[in-house]
Structures are given as structure tokens and as C-alpha cells.
Write a protein that binds this ligand. Structure first.
Ligand code: BES
Ligand code: ZN
Length: 850
């Protein structure tokens, strides 16, 4: 049975559930097609609720029996759940239901992946396991018994007892159902231990399928680093006897923070030097930290309702980015986060899917795990910290934990601890949570009689459902540089609160060069007339690493935009500035690599669109190619030296310094390949003893339309490693030339190893297709129709992954009429598909309404 007609849920309609759940006992009798779930739940009428109607969520469940206080009843069951009359006093509820994990391709609820059972309950998956008030504000203590033949039987909390073919778990911490988890299978444990700051012993296990034992060590170390970091930086200790992580091959997302039993997409936890790149290692470390940090920000303190999702996700993303900054290079992390924010969140915030960090309505909550809730949600916390300062931030967060431990909270609760510790009124700041859209901040400057004045004007374009915007509180970090490059004013945090506001600086002997929005202190689009000379000056001298990079990025973008819109030649000043910077061995190689990293095609497209040019993806591609070729020629003399200098000697280590060198090494190889036809890359491919170098070489070759031989060799070497095969599928599509992209992707969907039911494999091909900007938007329209074909095929099997991938079309109104017409045909075709899921229907409807 497919979903019923979509209904919209509103934040303003929140009411508490009519009953408190005192305890939950679950028994699972595992069978692939007929697992029985017995639930015994103690309910008490909720004194804080007025509505006592009794409704339990439940979807795709076969009800075998239901009892109240031991007496059989016949509740009313619909596609959404069950209702019945219940006593106006505490009572016990017992149901037996049957479910079919083996046929669960949606990967939500209890499902099977390569013979193992596992669960995914966030956001609303628990209702596919048993009848329950499946909402995050209903928290309870769970005891779970699992009966099954598997050697490993896991659930949340601490192990209580086990025997042959059964195990019992008890989680003493009250939790919402979305944090429930169960895993059963033939798994191997990579084990270690951790002693918390107060001396508590914790057993750590990373469970994997046989064959993956060799890919566990890095994840385990990352977990321990996360545990120590959260003790030292946030004063948060772990609170159970065991912490288990399980790697699962079929998983819709990256990972999930179930209490004491995190479940990970195997791509986000398994790593070895031979099979994982530096980027994989860094991402794994960050995701392990992220899910671990949820133990406090998400689990101990959870969300009242799903509108408050950013309460846990924005904060936890902020925390994991602090962690990565502390362990690795803070500037490199910041620059990468901003590139990502602009690439994904700005695109979302300036298109039909734009929504506030705290949305006010939704049809399918799974569609709101977005860059806005996550990344902009984290930016909002960063701004709050900048505004109140580090000490007050720490004090407020301590108060948050002390005041709200064990509760299901709201953004109001979060902001109140800041108001109470600092005495600040955050009413205006709260607009960051309620207003969608990216603010534009225009800057003009004045230099009169020794006074330097910056005038800022803010405005935010209309977004769906929000025609009018009020001014926000925008922290703008500003420093001033003198003509010799010295900093004449250290960074100051200006607080923009009005639509238009000026700030003056006195006592300067000459007109300074401003460095504005240092560290990217607010997620806004800064509009300012600047010259290439000024940018080159900042690129050479700014003391703020982010703005130093930003100056280079602005030069890089402008140079390409001028090529595209004015037919200009590659800008000589830009090439000159880059040349100086790249040769400056005092600079961190990772930083230099980021300055050399070309602006993404979609970032250029977005900027063109903002400046009232319909972006031509082919023209963007051609300009970027010409620029890369010219840059390679300009740097020709330095390339071999820098390539050699950044080659890391000795056995591969996934450390920050090595990774930083390899980032620059990769940029050098990419440029060298444009001069030597790929000889050096072929050599590197042949001699590489780690995936970072092997994959970099393959990418360089594919990018210049070479490497057929290496591509085949890569396949032969790695065909039995599914995570490396995902890379193989993705690289061929992501780095294909525009005219070949769709055809290559189409061919790969016919490959014996293509498996649409595996989200990683599906995304490897279709995600890469959507990310190859010029290939996806090729004027043939082939890529549009290919993606639509596969979204239509996947939707009945896995609505969540299908819906997420619809966002490939979210920017369609940026483009010319021909492309818009081509995309419109596909959007209409998807929308007209019979029985389309609620998830995909909502996404396509919103995108079409652009
Ligand atoms: N709670 C989420 C996982 C999740 C997302 C479950 C959507 C259900 C629906 C988890 O904490 C998370 O945010 N994971 C991210 C990775 C993280 C590092 C941002 C993910 O899965 O992409
Ligand atoms: Zn999360």
C-alpha cells in the first residue's frame, strides 16, 4: 500500500502527547520475512496534556494481537496507525505485530542488508517496527530482548544477559523512539576500551562484516579522540558501559547516533590506506565525532518535535567542525566549510526549496535534513558564539546541559540559556531561525579627514512563503590593513542590526584596505566593489587566512566570469598573484591548494545568475578549461619542483600534515597533466601504494579525457571492494567531458555491479551525474532524462534517497529557456508517475513551483 494523500504538519499546531510512557519492553523474534515484535508499554495519562485521545503510529505492520491490562482488544487500524479507547489511569499495553525486514528496500525501520538485520528509525521509522507514539518528545526507558540465531545481537544501552540465540539489553537513559536500534548478524568486533575522565570504564566495539576487520583501526582511534575532546572542550562524559558502532552497506544516510549503538554507512567508517583517500579519512573522523557528540546534543537533550531539528543537528555540526579545526588545520577546515556552504546551502536558500533553519511546516520530515538545517544551522551557532564571545558561549552551553538534561527541547530553550547568561535580548537574532534566504550585505566606504567609514546595507530576497524580510543581527568581523600590509586595526566584531548602518574608525594615518567578513563571520553574500589590485594585495597580506583565500577566490571567479561574459583572456594579474602565492613555501600547502582549487562550476553559475546572466554550463566549462591550461603554462617552471616537494616520503599516514601536502601535490599533478598529456599521472598511478595517490592520478587522467587503461586496471584491482568500486563508478561520471557524461552514466547503469538498491552505488552514478555541472546540463538533455528515468525507477523502492536526489533539479530556473524547458519535461514526467511517494511528491512539487 502506498502513502495516502499528503498532509502538511505545522509547528504552530504542537501539542503534547496525552500519555507518558513509563517503560517499554520489546521482544524481537527475528525471521527474514516474518519478524515478530512484541511490545509491552506502560502508559500513564499525561497531566500536562489536555487531549487524551489515544493514537499510536504504525505503518506497514501486521497486527497479530493487542491487549490492555492483559485483556484482548480490537483497535481501529488505518494506514497511519491505531486508535482505541483506553483507561483514564495507568495501564499496560501489549501488541504483537509482524514485519518483513527482507523486503524492506526503503531502509527505514527494520531491514536486512547483506544478511544482517539493522534498523534506521530517525526520523519516523520506529512506526514501521511497532505501534508507538513515534514522536521525539515521548521519551522512555527501553528494555529489549532479541531472539535470533546470529552470533551478534545488539541493541541500545548496556548488555543485561545473553544466551545461545538470545540477548537482552537495557538502556537506562530515557530516549525517544527515533534513537532505538537493533542489529543482528554474523559480525566481527574490533574492540578497545576507554576510561572516562571520572574513571568509568567503557568497552568500545566496531562491528563489521568478515573481511572488513582490516578497516577498523582508524575509526576506533577517531572515536577515542572524540570522547576525549568532548570531555575537555564541552565537559561531556560518556554515560554507558559500552559504545558500539556497526558498519552497514545499505544505508540511506551517512550515519546515525542511536543511543550506545551508532549505525554507520560502511563508507563513513571503514578505512585503510590502500582503499581510502585523505578526504575519506577526514570525513570518517568527522562523522564519528558528529554521531558521538550527539550523545549529549541530541540524545541526552533531544528535540521536542522535528521542527527543532537544527537544535541537535546545527549544534552537532558546529561541534564536529570545532573538533576538526582543533585536530587539523583550522583555516583549511573553515575554507572548505564555506566552499561547501556556498555550493549547497546557498543554492538551496536561493531557489524553490529555500526554507528557514527552523521550518514552520513540512509534509515529509525526511526532506528537511538539508544543508540549511545542518550547515546554516551550524553557522547560526557560530554567529551566536562570535556575538557573545567564547567565555559566555561556554557558560551558556553549560547551563543548557544543566538545565535541560533529559528533556525534549526547542530553539527557544537554546536561546534562553544565552539570554540568561549574557543578559542579551536575542529576539532579533532569532530571525536567523525563522527567516529563509541568504542576506545580501552591501558595503560602501568613505575616507574623510582621517576617518574611515564603512556603511553596510542588508537585504534578503523573497523566498517561498516569505515575501518580506526584516533586518537581522549580522556579526561582521573587520580588520584594517595599512599600505605596507601591516594590520593597523585588529579584527573587530561589528554588529549590524539595522537595514543600513555605518561604522567609523579614527586615528588612521592613511586610507586603509579593509578586510571584511573575516573568518566568514556570517553566512551572507557580501557585495562590494573591489579592484583586482586590492584583491591581490589582500591575497598577499591579509592576516586572516579565510579572507586571504577569499581574495584569491574572488580573483579566480572574476577572471572566469570575465572570460564567460566578455570573452576576456585569462587575467594576467590573477595568474601573477597565484604564481607568487604557490611558490611561497612558508604557506601551508593545504592552504595553497585551496587557493589553486578552481571555483566550482555551480558557484560560477549561481554568481552569473545573481548578476542577471543565464549561466551557460558549456561556456563555464570552456572558460575553466582554458584557465587551467593557461595556469599550467604560467606555472610550468615551478610545477615539477612543487610536485616533487609535496610528494610525501615513507609509508602513508592519514595525518593532517601529509594530507595537506598531498592536496597541493594533487593540484600540481592536475596542472602537469595538461602539459605532459598525463605521463606523470600515469607514472603516479602505476607506482601508488595508497588510494589517495592512485585515485588522484586516475582523476587527473579522466579530467583530460585519458586514462582508459588505468580505469580498467583500477577495476581489475578493486572489483571485490565495494567502497572502492563506488569511487570507480563515480569518478568516470564526475570527471567525464560534458558531451560524454550522460552516455558514460547510462552505460554504467548496465554494469553487472550497478545495484540501484544500494544507495551508495546509486549515488555513485546518479549523484556524480548531477555533480558534473556541464555534463548534467548538456544541451542534449540526455542527463536530465537519464536521471529522471532512474529516480522514477528508484522511488517505489527507496523514496528517501529518491527524494533527496531530486534536489539536482532545484537550480533549474537559473538556466536558459531551452534548458528550463528540457528540465520541465522531466519534472512533469516524475510528477505524473502513478503512486509517487510522499517524499518525492513533496520535493518535485516544490521544485516545479519555482
Ligand atoms: N541524525 C543524523 C542521521 C539521519 C539523517 C537520520 C536523516 C535520519 C534522517 C546524523 O546525525 C547525521 O546528521 N548524519 C549525517 C552526517 C553528519 C556528519 C552531518 C549524514 O548522515 O549525512
Ligand atoms: Zn547529526
Amino acid at each position: 500500500m502506498r502513502d495516502a494523500a499528503p498532509t502538511t504538519i505545522y509547528l504552530k499546531d504542537y501539542t503534547p502527547f496525552g500519555y507518558v510512557v513509563d517503560s517499554v519492553h520489546l521482544t524481537f523474534d527475528l525471521e527474514p520475512h516474518s519478524t515478530r515484535v512484541t511490545s509491552q508499554i506502560a502508559f500513564t495519562p499525561n497531566p500536562e496534556a489536555t487531549d487524551r485521545s489515544f493514537f499510536l503510529h504504525g505503518e506497514q505492520l501486521k497486527l497479530i494481537s493487542a491487549k490492555i491490562d492483559g485483556i484482548a482488544i480490537s483497535p481501529t487500524v488505518t494506514e497511519q496507525g491505531l486508535s482505541c479507547d483506553v483507561p483514564n489511569a495507568p495501564f499496560t499495553w501489549e501488541t504483537v505485530v509482524e514485519i518483513d525486514p527482507a523486503n524492506n528496500t526503503a531502509l527505514e525501520g527494520l531491514y536486512m542488508s547483506n544478511g544482517m538485520y539493522c534498523t534506521q528509525c530517525e526520523a519516523e521509522g520506529f512506526r514501521k517496527i511497532t505501534f508507538y507514539p513515534d514522536r521525539p518528545d515521548v521519551m522512555s526507558v527501553f528494555t529489549v530482548r532479541i531472539n535470533g540465531p546470529h552470533p551478534v545481537l545488539l541493541s541500545n544501552g548496556n548488555p543485561v544477559d545473553a544466551g545461545p540465540h538470545w540477548a537482552e539489553w537495557h538502556d537506562p537513559w530515557p530516549k525517544p523512539a527515533y534513537l532505538f536500534a537493533l542489529v543482528a548478524g554474523e559480525l566481527l568486533a574490533h574492540s578497545s576500551t576507554f576510561t572516562t575522565v571520572s574513571g568509568k570504564h567503557v568497552d568500545l566495539n566496531l562491528y563489521v562484516r568478515p573481511g572488513d576487520e582490516g578497516k577498523c583501526a582508524f575509526g576506533m582511534e577517531a572515536l577515542k579522540k572524540s570522547m576525549i575532546w568532548d570531555e575537555q572542550v564541552y565537559g561531556r562524559e560518556y554515560d554507558l558501559d559500552v559504545f558500539n558502532i556497526v558498519a552497514v552497506d545499505d544505508f540511506n544516510m551517512g550515519a546515525m547516533e542511536n543511543k550506545g549503538l551508532n549505525v554507520f554507512n560502511s563508507s563513513c567508517v571503514l578505512a585503510s590506506p590502500e582503499t581510502s583517500t585523505d578526504d575519506n579519512f577526514e570525513r570518517i573522523e568527522a562523522i564519528i565525532a558528529h554521531e558521538y557528540f550527539h550523545n549529549w546534543t541530541g540524545n541526552r537533550i533531544t528535540c521536542r518535535d522535528w521542527f527543532q531539528l537544527c537544535l541537535k543537528e546545527g549544534l552537532t555540526v558546529f561541534r564536529d567542525s570545532q573538533f576538526t579545526s582543533d585536530l587539523r588545520s583550522a583555516p583549511v577546515k573553515r575554507i572548505r566549510d564555506v566552499i561547501d556552504l556556498r555550493g549547497r546551502q546557498f543554492a538551496e536558500d536561493n531557489g524553490p526549496l529555500s526554507h528557514p533553519v527552523r521550518p514552520e511546516s513540512f509534509q515529509e520530515i525526511n526532506n528537511f535534513y538539508t544543508a540549511t538545517v545542518y550547515e546554516k544551522g551550524a553557522e547560526v551557532i557560530g554567529m551566536l558564539k562570535r556575538l557573545v564571545g567564547d567565555a559566555a558561549y561556554a557558560e551558556a552551553v553549560d547551563l543548557y546541559f544543566a538545565r535541560h538534561d533529559g528533556q525534549a527541547c526547542t530553539i527557544e530553550d537554546w536561546l534562553k540559556v544565552f539570554e540568561d547568561t549574557t543578559g542579551r535580548d536575542l529576539t532579533q537574532f532569532k530571525r536567523w531561525y525563522s527567516q529563509a534566504g541568504t542576506p545580501r550585505v552591501n558595503v560602501t566606504e568613505d575616507w574623510t579627514d582621517g576617518t574611515y567609514t564603512l556603511t553596510f546595507t542588508q537585504s534578503t530576497p523573497a523566498t517561498p512563503g516569505q515575501p518580506h524580510k526584516d533586518p537581522r543581527v549580522i556579526p561582521i568581523a573587520v580588520g584594517l590593513l595599512g599600505s605596507n600590509g601591516d594590520e593597523v586595526r585588529k579584527t573587530e566584531m561589528l554588529e549590524l542590526t539595522e537595514a543600513s548602518q555605518s561604522f567609523s574608525f579614527d586615528g588612521l594615518s592613511s586610507r586603509p584596505t579593509p578586510s571584511i567578513l573575516r573568518e566568514f563571520s556570517a553566512p551572507v553574500i557580501l557585495e562590494r566593489d573591489s579592484t583586482n589590485a586590492e584583491r591581490a594585495f589582500l591575497l598577499a597580506h591579509d592576516t586572516d587566512p579565510f579572507n586571504r583565500w577569499e581574495a584569491g577566490n574572488a580573483l579566480a571567479k572574476d577572471a572566469r566570469l570575465n572570460m564567460i561574459t566578455k570573452g576576456a583572456a585569462p587575467d594576467a594579474d590573477y595568474l601573477d598573484a597565484l604564481q607568487k602565492l604557490v611558490r611561497d613555501d612558508d604557506l601551508d600547502p593545504g592552504f595553497r591548494a585551496l587557493v589553486l582549487q578552481p571555483p566550482s562550476a555551480s558557484d560560477l553559475a549561481q554568481t552569473l545568475f545573481e548578476n542577471e546572466h543565464a549561466p551557460d554550463p558549456q561556456a563555464i566549462y570552456d572558460a575553466s578549461e582554458t584557465m587551467a591550461q593557461t595556469l599550467a603554462q604560467t606555472l610550468a617552471d615551478s610545477l615539477p619542483r612543487l610536485y616533487a616537494a609535496t610528494t610525501v616520503e615513507g609509508p602513508y599516514q592519514p595525518d593532517a600534515v601529509g594530507a595537506s601536502n598531498r592536496m597541493l601535490n594533487f593540484r600540481m599533478l592536475a596542472l602537469l597533466s595538461r602539459l605532459d598529456g598525463g605521463d606523470q599521472a600515469a607514472q603516479q598511478f602505476a607506482s601508488a601504494d595508497n588510494m589517495t595517490l592512485q585515485y588522484a592520478a586516475l582523476v587527473c587522467l579522466l579530467s583530460i579525457d585519458k586514462g582508459a587503461e588505468q580505469n580498467q586496471a583500477f577495476f581489475d584491482q578493486w572489483k571485490d571492494d565495494r567502497l572502492v568500486m563506488d569511487k570507480w563508478f563515480a569518478a568516470q561520471v564526475a570527471f567525464a567531458t560534458p558531451e560524454k557524461t550522460a552516455a558514460i552514466a547510462a552505460t554504467l547503469t548496465q554494469h553487472p555491479l550497478f545495484d540501484m538498491k544500494n544507495p551508495n552505488r546509486f549515488r555513485a552514478v546518479m549523484g556524480a551525474l548531477a555533480m558534473n555541472h556541464a555534463g548534467f546540463h548538456h544541451i542534449s538533455g540526455d542527463a536530465y532524462s537519464l536521471l529522471a528515468d532512474w529516480l522514477i525507477k528508484l522511488d517505489p523502492l527507496n523514496p528517501q534517497t529518491t527524494a533527496r536526489m531530486c534536489s539536482a533539479f532545484q537550480t533549474w530556473k537559473r538556466y536558459d529557456a531551452d534548458r528550463q524547458a528540457l528540465i520541465k519535461i522531466q519534472l512533469d514526467r516524475i510528477a505524473a508517475t502513478p503512486d509517487l511517494s510522499r517524499d518525492t511528491t513533496e520535493m518535485i512539487t516544490r521544485i516545479r513551483e519555482a
